[in-house]
Design a protein around this ligand. Structure first.
Ligand SMILES: Nc1ncnc2c1ncn2[C@@H]1O[C@H](COP(=O)(O)OP(=O)(O)OP(=O)(O)O)[C@@H](O)[C@H]1O
Ligand SMILES: [Mg+2]
Length: 344
């Protein structure tokens, strides 16, 4: 496989700045996930790398070679599109073989057969090769769409939310399979999504993107534990991180400049009143089966955390809060590093 680098890429559509001074590298054999909301510039970034769009500024390098002005066909990239489409009149086999049969490639049929069968095996659709593409479940169609990228042996795979149209169970299954396949093939993949679970479970590194800007790039653990700012902190975690104005926690020596405290569920313990001085009130308990979401009010602010389903908590009850190493943010929303080692 190969690596791909973006250097100061910019792209405007009229007055919209879709991508802004974007620079990062996907290393050879790495699985990078760009995580961002709708309109963040994810699809645009992938289209720029494939050459379906031309950047206004910057350069794109594949294996160190500047491909910025190369046509899409010369870039050796396989793309799984956000709206996947199969050829309905073709069988699964012929759908998978299609990219290899392009006149430019001229792959001999016996070799095509081998690649198609290997790919179908990898994706667990070998028994469906003779089915018409229309006679498949949604998850199987999605696998064929991914398979059409995998049959080739490109420099890099780009995937645009390939699991977004699937139900939760299939998505969970294919997440695991894609990661397994990527490791097996040693593939270089740039994958974009708005789904934090996909990012956390599959990525070697996550890039958090918003308004066309890359806010932070790091391992899932780095992004989760050491977010650069409040926005990045709020992208990961279920239930989402709580923010509390620092002035509401008295008697604690917070690091200088702390304006907001970021409290993830693991930073917050709740218990019966026992002489502590952070007192909240249970507002509502949502029973989700294996865990409970507890909604609390504290000095007029709402907090949400997880609780053991065996812990009895009633709406209206007063509880004691204990904070374990919460995150601290300054007035501009940036995290104050090294200031998180407190308990109160
Ligand atoms: N061809 C185009 N013409 C005009 N504006 C465009 C075009 N393509 C994208 N945009 C704009 O650029 C911005 C980024 O769009 P993009 O499709 O890259 O977002 P995205 O992160 O892929 O979002 P989604 O999660 O909804 O797919 C948006 O504001 C969008 O409206
Ligand atoms: Mg998109």
């Amino acid at each position: 496989m190969a690596d791909v680098s973006l250097r100061n890429i910019g792209k405007r559509f009229g007055t919209t700045e879709a991508v802004c001074d974007l620079s990062f590298t996907v290393n050879d054999g790495e699985f990078v996930v760009l995580l961002g909301p709708s309109g963040a510039g994810k699809t645009t970034t992938l289209r720029l790398i494939t050459g379906l769009e031309q950047p206004d500024a910057g350069a794109i390098l594949i294996d160190g070679r500047d491909v910025t002005r190369d046509p899409p066909g010369a870039r050796d990239i396989a793309f799984v599109f956000q709206q996947y489409s199969l050829y309905p009149h073709l069988s699964v086999y012929d759908n998978l073989a299609f990219p290899l049969r392009s006149p430019a490639r001229r792959v001999p049929e016996p070799q095509i057969k081998k690649r198609v069968e290997q790919t179908a095996e990898l994706l667990h659709i070998a028994s469906k090769l003779n089915n018409p593409a229309t006679r498949l479940s949604g998850g199987e169609m999605q696998r064929v769409a991914i398979g059409r990228a995998l049959v080739r042996d490109p420099a890099i795979y780009l995937m645009d939310e390939p699991l977004s149209s699937l139900d939760a169970k299939l998505r969970a299954e294919l997440r695991l399979e894609l990661k397994r396949i990527q490791i097996e093939l040693g593939a270089t993949i740039l994958y974009v999504t708005h789904d934090q679970v996909e990012a956390m479970t599959m990525a070697s590194r996550i890039g958090v993107i918003r308004d066309g800007k890359l806010l932070q790039l790091g391992s899932p653990r780095e992004i989760y534990e050491s977010p650069a700012d409040r926005y990045v902190a709020s992208r990961l975690g279920t239930p989402p991180i709580n923010f509390l104005p620092a002035r509401l926690v008295p008697d604690v020596a917070l690091p200088v400049g702390t304006e907001t405290i970021g409290i993830r569920t693991e930073h917050l313990e709740i218990g019966k009143r026992n002489g502590g001085n952070l007192i909240g009130r249970v507002h509502r308990v949502e029973h989700l089966g294996e865990q409970n979401h507890v909604h609390l009010s504290y000095k007029g602010e709402m907090l949400v955390t997880l609780a053991d389903p065996h812990q009895t908590l009633d709406a209206g009850e007063e509880v004691e809060l204990h904070l374990n190493h919460p995150l601290c943010f300054d007035a501009a929303g940036r995290r104050i590093p090294g200031a998180d080692a407190m308990r109160f």
